[in-house]
Design a binder for this molecule. Structure first.
Ligand SMILES: Nc1nc2c(c(=O)[nH]1)N[C@@H](CN(C=O)c1ccc(C(=O)N[C@@H](CCC(=O)O)C(=O)O)cc1)CN2
Length: 370
């Protein structure tokens, strides 16, 4: 997680003068799609929804716009907020129901094993949250916590034990590993049938090949695509730009978008004119780990923006002394994009929801349960 001292990414006077907040779940049919029906559990209407974004003025010197003001897809007004927290909750409910059905039918409870090496606070928090989420949906969790100075062999031994444990259907090694370990050796050791993080080179290789299916897809990029699907964003034939090329997010996100028939470009640290390329995209996935890097002038009006970044920014008003911001300057982007994920509460919660879903899928596959 990047730690910077940015306070405010807005420099444009438009942003300061017309400060609009966007309400979550004001769903727009995006990219010219027909109006939608979506589950009430997410707070969406089942009746056809016209182009509508509910905006409330927070600090505008001009009269506040009407609460039912029509917003255009050209990006005027404010974007639909893609509510990852609500979608993740819905997915956890779906997983929970399936876990109960499986237990009832064949007496099998899915199990997830997590290996944590070292004492990074953030990693420990993520692992705790993963175990808690497992508990909530009825998945058994197992944890091995090794000290930071453990040998690679000790990690490999733990993996090997879980590979052969019939109560374990999913195995993950929390990343990053301490620097003295070879991440590749460790990830290669996870059985591909239990590789619920989807980081094994065979699973990634299959993801990259046409007419081949990976057993698992990495959780964060899978969560991004799931958000696009659940918000009925058209991907086929669209131009997509992924910013960042990490093994965990950027690269698999680009492969997934390509499998959905998008035309995909990857923007990275050596790309010249990244804003020019990004500005052509209908869909942007930003996964670069740099606070507020993507500004309004990087975004085509009406584009859909998925922000994967989770960056700490100093904030004296917060009790923690910092706040979390994405890779995208939210207050600028939400005035240009047609839909956008917030940070926090966007992609982050989807990562753990997808992990639960992958673990359930693994148990079902291993026990041939449909
Ligand atoms: N083995 C893995 N290691 C790591 C992964 C992974 O998928 N597998 N991803 C990240 C960390 N991560 C899960 O492990 C993760 C990151 C963020 C969130 C999340 O819910 N974020 C919240 C904000 C949380 C906060 O307040 O700090 C949000 O964005 O709303 C969940 C999981 C690296 N390592």
């Amino acid at each position: 997680m990047a730690s910077t001292f940015l306070r405010d990414c807005s420099t444009s006077s438009t942003v300061r003068l017309l400060h609009l907040q966007c309400r979550t779940n004001s769903l727009l049919p995006l990219h010219g799609l027909a109006p939608l029906s979506l589950p009430r559990t997410l707070g969406f209407s089942r009746t056809p929804i016209s182009l509508r974004a509910l905006c409330v003025a927070s600090a505008s010197p001009s009269p506040p716009p009407s609460a039912t003001a029509e917003a255009s897809l050209s990006g005027e007004g404010c974007a639909t907020v893609i509510d990852g927290k609500a979608v993740a909750k819905k997915i956890r409910e779906e997983v929970s129901a399936e876990v109960a059905r499986m237990k009832e039918a064949i007496g099998v409870v899915p199990g997830l094993a997590v290996i944590l090496v070292g004492d990074r606070t953030e990693s420990a928090t993520y692992v705790r949250n993963k175990k808690k989420a497992c508990g909530h949906v009825g998945i058994n969790s197992f944890e091995v916590h090794l000290p930071a100075d453990s040998t690679e062999e000790e990690v490999l031994n733990s993996i090997s034990g879980f590979n052969t444990d019939p109560n374990v259907h999913g195995i993950l090694v929390q990343l990053p590993l301490p620097p003295h370990m070879n991440e590749q050796n460790v990830l290669n050791a996870v059985s591909i049938e239990k590789d619920v993080d989807g980081f094994h080179p065979l699973n990634i290789g299959r993801l990259a090949m046409r007419n081949r299916e990976p057993l698992f897809v990495p959780c964060t990029p899978k969560g991004c695509i799931e958000l696009l699907h659940r918000y009925r964003v058209d991907i086929k034939g669209k131009r997509a730009v992924v910013i960042g090329r990490s093994n965990i997010v950027g690269m698999p996100a680009a492969l997934l978008l390509q499998r959905e028939d998008a035309t995909v470009s990857i923007v990275h640290s050596r790309t010249s004119n990244p804003e020019e390329i990004t500005r052509q995209a209908d869909i942007i996935i930003a996964a670069v780990g740099q606070a507020n890097m993507v500004r309004a002038n990087w975004i085509k009006p009406g584009a859909v923006v998925i922000d994967v970044g989770i960056n700490r920014v100093e904030d004296e008003e917060s009790p923690r002394g910092y706040k979390l911001v994405g890779d995208v300057c939210y207050e600028e982007a939400c005035k240009v994009a047609s839909a956008i994920t917030p940070v926090p509460g966007g992609v982050g919660p989807m990562t753990i929801a997808m992990l639960l879903s992958n673990t359930l899928a693994s148990a079902k596959r291993i026990h041939n349960f449909h």
